[in-house]
Write a protein that binds this ligand. Sequence first.
Ligand code: RUQ
Ligand code: CUA
Length: 672
Amino acid sequence: MSRYLNRAFFSVGVLGIALGALQGCKPNTNTTAAATGDASKSFVAPGKYDEFYNVVSGGFNGQIGIYGIPSGRLFRIVPVFSQSAESGYGFSEETKPMLNTSHGFVPWDDLHHIALSQTKGEHDGRWAFANGNNTPRLARIDLNTFRTAEILEIPNSAGNHASPFITENSEYVVAATRFSVPLDDQNGDVPINTYKQNFKGSISFVAVDPGSGKMSIAFQIRTPGVNFDLSRAGKGKSNGWFFFSCYNSEQANTLLEVNASAKDKDFVLALNWKKAEEYVKAGKGKKQAVKYAHNVYSDANHSATSEMITEVLELDPADCPDMLYFIPCPKSPHGTDVDPTGEYIVASGKLAASIPVFSFDKIQKAIADKAFDGDYSGIPVIKYEAALKGEVQKPGLGPLHTEFDGKGNAYTSMFVSSEIVKWSLDNLQVLDRVPTYYSIGHLSIPGGPTAKPHGKYMIAYNKITKDRYLPTGPELTQSAQLYDISGEKMKLILDFPTTGEPHYAEAIPAALIKDKQVKIFKIEENAHPYAAKGEGQAKVERKGNEVHVWMTAIRSHLTPDNIEGVKLGDNVYFHVTNLEQDWDVPHGFAIKGANNAEILIMPGETQTLQWKADRVGIFPFYCTDFCSALHQEMQGYLRVSPTVSNTPLTFSTGTNKPAVTPTEGADKSSSK
Ligand code: RUQ
Ligand code: CUA
């Protein structure tokens, strides 16, 4: 284990924690019993369903993985901030606009956190929200289709890490910047060491339309130039507030490893968003010129549109008293989590030796009593003791994130000491600890961040895999672990591999989602401009050097399946409509030499693959999804002739046209 402790991403020296304490918390890995578990509790018999869906971020793969709990089985990868050569997402003409940003097409991002929509503090099974860290974006995934429905870029932000976090009725998801930077409308050409004067933080309140889920930035709040790490909305009694962990209150611009760990305490920012709403209503907001993309996918025309927005409303705390308060918090807090009652705010100082637990009631009283310790950049700093319920002493090393079971217990992940620690919210005593294999990041309890956790299972998403699986070259699979938390002691019951590098995840009862799945898109409602809603509508048309193919797919042929008259250099658009109206009968489409991907078309849907005729010859195309016994027959040919040829544009299925060779070619109009 010690080798792994040394490999931890912050060195022990920087931690400033005595080595004795470090070893004291070392999990006992000597016994086999600790490293294996009772897998029968995770057994889901063949043909049976899992009890929960686990919606798991993919980290640097920009995707979301959907797993079953307790089996750990992987059901689906949902591409979000990534292209998928499997489905064609981000490659097809219809989905490319989803990845548009003010920086142009950005087909990659780093997806860390999941927020499932809530009603009255409980999961409602409608949408999942996810953040793109690198080129700041928020995505909404429709849980009826498990597809990305919307992506909103976030202006005035860099490193969209404290995002997305959701209010108890899904009024807002927030997105706060990790890197403070000069604001988008400022001259950013400034020396980096003028950080303190020129760099600002920003918190975006993204409103969610209660009916459609559509996102829009309602307002942003300018903050001092700190790094926001994570957040949670208040709930119950603390509904109306948000809590953000902040580090780098030192405002260092170099070697943050050392320079942002100088102070003993950083902050939790308490933000009264109901107050912010009042200020917006009272006209305190100022309009700022910015540029950000808003991309929406429509299931009506099966296409995405990307719109550039040029304005955002900003609130300056200087004009808005009683909206923001800083609470001192030991050393570089990472997660800040709110318990199911909304009374306790748990901040995990990843370099701290204890876990502070703040009390919402005490925070309110401290504000009323003005129990302040001066201010930080004009924002009142509440006295630590005045806000504190107490500290969990010696919990372990490197606390990162906390989840709750709804029975008065909290579970905190410890990266450095590689364990999960269960403690009591009531008396803050440690109740149990269990090793993780190895170096856990996030953890998830079904319903854990809501007002009503289900508290039966807990999943650990580990950062280091080491010896848990058969090795696969230089990179090992990722290691998740499932624990039974129904009893007093936490029990490891399953290891399961995951893809990407999971950060946060949420788990939701399958019953909330499974019966509302979209099974097909109705062909008669298909509003795609290039849809062919029956084989009779299949056709091929030339527009300059573009050739458009209205193609249909149904078991087991493509119409048309013979196309001639395409010329070298032409851009061919295959608009393929899947005519099936049965659940789970997608057809695929691929053509030799395609530079992008194949596409997968759901029943009733139209998707378009663009293809360039780069040489003269015959190009086979075919269906890539094994759809019937005659799937292998679902194929066709496209003929490319030289630019100067006069091979007429023709198309057919099931009828042989008279052969036309280049020498006898005549410019006849197309026909079926
Ligand atoms: S943060 S551990 Cu984005 Cu904890 Cu991943
Ligand atoms: Cu359609 Cu295979």
